[in-house]
Ligand binder design. Structure first.
Ligand code: NAD
Length: 483
């Protein structure tokens, strides 16, 4: 029986007259019905949040932290249910949802609960009296999240917003709305103060747009595509609303010969580069989709890499043997197939994959084989535009300068992963990359205190730790004459 989701507004479950079908991408079947919210629903949620704001912002930080921890505890007690829902909703392998994504959502809530307790204001004493800076919540803020890591990114936004004393109207992706709805139900169960967290479901151009443009929304924290991020910036700029934009990526994995030639490092490097390329079927903004390899080892790397990719198992998300599940939706599946056709038209040489699959028991699903392509130039569309699927390209470079030129040859600038044993080279390359995050000899190793975000077409602003706490607060300096 499909689930019937509702909005969470003023602590109440609210239905909408219209609904949207939510599909299980492994089977193509309808898994849930999500409310198709309207601007009126957004308005009701904003009013509820405004009404809740004085009491919530007036709580001691410890009290807000306490609520976030209660929500984290309730979520942790239901990790299996949430992981199952995430796998049905987005098609991701259950083990990924169970071991990484839902536990990370719990960690997000706990991390920002602790941050609320540790958040300190600055003071400057001496030159001109005594100055101290209050950091006050903004009011009602909008949080808009995408489908690729649904609850993980939803909590990554709402937790710092709530921890700093704001009230939230959040809009999860209409493609994967189920775990956000479940979190809203948990909030109701534990008696989370009504109106503090509101969740409105529906289409981006309707609910998302109404949220961004609502005059009482003080800030918008958005994660999603660059095209939508630009639309949000176009509204928020003239309206002078604070915005945090976490957008697309076309990340480079840079492999120097020494990393491949070192037998002690090679296996771990290959395992990680394969994971960086294909985790969540390549549907992570941080995936390394352009692999740059020093020419001296290009052929040997290609052979070893393709052999590993051929061993990846594509299948239903609930099969414990599955490495790659389906793509999230029919529309995204069609987009990635079109990207494969483009890569062929651009002269790409498909080394493995390159086609759709129908694993046993998932004949109606949207699966694409992990695909490796070489023979493409750095400036073709396949190497400059985000595909966001299980597709990577290989390119050879000659020296450090060439590696940097290839890595920086896109308008995106989210992350990069660099593999070398040479310390001097690692630091030099890291400094020269036009990105917000560099991993050396690893990928996706995350300390939640660090700044997270990209440059260029990958976004504006940073999330994580202190940066998120600062984004969701307004500094107010108070100066006292001391003589
Ligand atoms: P999307 O931009 O289509 O949608 C993201 C969210 O915005 C959804 O909730 C959607 O309903 C909403 N939305 C759509 N149109 C809107 C509008 N006009 N106004 C307001 N909201 C609107 O992105 P997606 O397809 O859901 O997600 C994939 C994209 O997200 C990829 O480009 C990926 O790289 C990016 N992403 C970036 C990061 C990061 O941290 N930089 C993380 C994850 C995903």
């Amino acid at each position: 029986m499909p689930l019937h989701l509702s909005h969470l507004i003023a602590g109440q479950a609210r239905a909408s007259a219209d609904s949207l079908a939510v599909h299980d991408p492994a089977t193509g079947e309808v898994f849930a019905h999500c409310p198709a919210g309207s601007a009126a629903d957004v308005d009701a949620a904003v009013h509820a949040a405004q009404a809740a704001f004085p009491a919530w912002s007036g709580l001691a930080n410890e009290a807000r932290a306490h609520w976030l921890r209660r929500l984290a505890d309730a979520l942790e007690a239901r990790v299996d249910d949430f992981a199952q829902a995430e796998s049905h909703d987005g098609g991701k392998p259950l083990k990924l949802a169970r071991q990484v994504e839902i536990p990370r959502a719990v960690a997000n809530l706990r991390f920002f609960a602790a941050a609320a307790e540790q958040f300190a204001s600055q003071s400057h004493h001496g030159q001109a009296g005594l100055n101290y800076t209050l950091r006050q919540p903004l009011g009602v803020v909008g949080c808009i999240s995408p489908w690729n890591l649904p609850l993980y990114l939803f909590t990554w936004k709402i937790a710092p917003a709530l921890a700093t004393g704001n009230c939230v109207v959040a809009k999860p992706s209409e493609i994967t709305p189920v775990t956000a709805w479940m979190l809203g139900e948990l909030a109701r169960e534990i008696g989370f103060p009504p109106g503090v967290l509101n969740i409105v479901h529906g289409l981006g151009p309707v609910v998302g747009k109404a949220l961004v443009e609502h005059p009482r929304i003080k800030a918008v924290s958005f994660t999603g595509s660059t095209a939508v991020g630009q639309q949000i910036a176009a509204h928020c700029g003239p309206a002078l609303k604070k915005t945090s934009l976490e957008l697309g990526g076309k990340n480079a994995t840079v492999v120097f010969a020494d990393a491949f030639e070192d037998a002690g490092q090679r296996e771990r490097m290959l395992d990680t580069v394969v994971r960086a390329a294909f985790q969540n079927s390549g549907q992570i903004c941080l995936c390394g989709s352009r692999i740059l390899i020093e020419r001296r080892v290009f052929d040997a790397f290609r052979e070893a890499f393709v052999a590993r990719v051929r061993r990846l198992r594509v299948g239903g998300p609930f099969d414990p043997q599955t490495d790659l599940g389906p793509l999230v939706s029919r529309a995204h599946f069609d987009k990635v197939l079109a990207c494969l056709a483009l890569a062929r038209a651009e002269g790409g040489n498909v080394l493995c994959g390159g086609e759709s699959l129908q694993p046993l028991g998932c004949e109606g699903g949207w699966f694409i084989a992990p695909t490796v392509i070489d023979g493409l130039g750095a400036d073709c569309r396949s190497n400059t535009e985000e595909i966001f699927g299980p597709v990577v390209t290989l390119q050879a470079f000659d020296d450090d300068a060439h590696a940097l030129a290839l890595a920086n040859a896109t308008d995106y600038g989210l992350s990069a992963s660099v593999w070398t044993q040479r310390l001097d080279r690692a630091h030099r390359i890291a400094a020269g990359l036009h990105v917000g995050i560099v991993w050396i000899n690893t990928w996706l190793l995350r300390d939640l205190r660090t700044p997270f975000g990209g440059v260029g077409q990958s976004g504006l602003g940073r999330e994580g730790g202190e940066d998120a706490m600062r984004f969701f607060t307004e500094p107010k300096n108070i100066c006292i004459r001391m003589d």
